[in-house]
Design a binder for this molecule. Structure first.
Ligand SMILES: *Cc1c(COP(=O)(O)O)cnc(C)c1O
Length: 353
């Protein structure tokens, strides 16, 4: 396996949708091997379903709590509402699952440095994991990156490359520099191995319950697409017998994936949900496929609905979530016929700034 083989040699990065490769496993062998790894830490519990040779001594991500929120279940008329509390990861975000794979593969390939393009959670996650291992981290950030997030990156010792342009430009600059210097890429919307870390979120939920509905915020589409893959593999492993409906949430101001799913275009606007304000989603194809097989859908919510949901999460479930992550509860509030259903909200992050 070449840990640097990222894009399809035929379609590559020519169209609007980059041809990001997918990782497959010998599922019969994985099923037999899975129980041998039950005592491993965090996401390495699923080692036979991960594209790494062995567990690496990196910050421990995964094995996050699935927290029942009975007051929210009563309020919205569902049998159960659970919060998959990803704020309990090392940098308070689901991104740490992907970073775990990036750091492991970077070590396996002997890379001297790692890099990513992001002004937010992905860069902070990578900077923290790199600091812990003593590896150089290059963070490519857009011109408008928030001072608070830049401060996090500086504290964690990241080498900052501030672009003169937007996220797309920072992304191009990152890939160019990374390629030139032989650094290891932690860009999920490019490196297919990273979503394998994110899918463990789905595997962990399936190991505890068989939900009817799973709701997550959608930016590039990597997170929910990966969770969908996790549930399909959980079914393959005999952990569950049916797939939950996947519901992807975007903000009304920036909803390209809702538009693609419904076929209806929406006017371009703004949103305070910074972690999902992606105007050109790079992993759309995978997510659309997962939505289809799970009979799922995309929902748009307004910023004021997200704001109310963020407040409600704190007041009735005791969880302080990032603004973006509260969009999951805003979507739940819009759904009908929840009677008898078990719903999981993936609380992707907890950094409030
Ligand atoms: C990155 C991120 C998302 C969206 O993930 P995508 O893979 O871009 O769809 C959602 N919530 C938080 C907190 C994030 O950091």
């Amino acid at each position: 396996m070449d840990p640097r083989a990222y894009l399809c040699p035929k379609c590559g990065d020519t169209g609007d949708d980059p041809g990001i490769l997918d990782v497959h496993y010998d599922y019969a062998a994985a099923r037999d091997a899975l129980s041998n790894h039950a005592s491993r830490r965090g996401i390495f519990r699923y080692l036979p379903l991960l594209p790494v040779r062995d567990e690496a001594p990196v910050l421990p991500a995964g094995a996050t709590a699935l927290v029942a929120a009975p007051r929210l279940a009563t309020r919205f008329g569902a049998a159960n509402v659970f919060l998959k509390d990803e704020t309990r990861n090392p940098t308070r975000c689901l991104k740490d699952r992907a970073t775990t794979i990036a750091m492991t593969l970077a070590a396996e390939s002997g890379a001297s440095a790692v890099y990513c393009a992001s002004a937010g959670n992905a860069a902070i996650s990578l900077a923290a994991f790199a600091a812990h291992r003593g590896i150089r981290c290059h963070a490519f950030v857009p011109s408008y990156a928030s001072p608070v997030r830049l401060d996090w990156l500086k504290r964690l010792g990241a080498h900052l490359h501030v672009s003169t342009g937007n996220y797309d430009q920072a992304f191009q600059e990152a890939e160019q520099a990374g390629c030139e210097h032989g650094w290891y890429s932690r860009n999920c919307a490019f490196n297919p191995f990273l979503v394998e870390g994110k899918k463990t979120c789905g595997l962990e939920i399936a190991a505890e319950i068989a939900p009817d509905v799973v709701i997550a915020p959608v930016g590039d589409g990597c997170t929910l697409g990966a969770i969908g893959k996790g549930f399909r593999e959980a079914r393959e492993m005999g952990m569950i017998t049916r797939l939950p409906r996947l519901i992807g949430v975007q903000a009304q101001g920036v909803q390209p994936m809702v538009a693609r799913f419904t076929g209806k275009s929406a006017p371009e606007g703004e949103t305070a949900a910074a972690s999902i304000a992606v105007r050109r989603p790079r992993n759309a194809l995978r997510l659309l496929r997962e939505l289809k097989v799970s009979n799922g859908e995309m929902i748009a919510v307004s910023d004021s609905q997200i704001e109310s949901a963020q407040k409600l999460l704190a007041e009735e479930a005791g969880l302080v979530a990032e603004f973006t992550s509260a969009a999951t509860l805003a979507a739940l509030a819009q759904m009908k016929s929840l009677a008898g259903k078990s719903v999981v909200l993936v609380i992707t992050g907890g950094r409030v700034d």
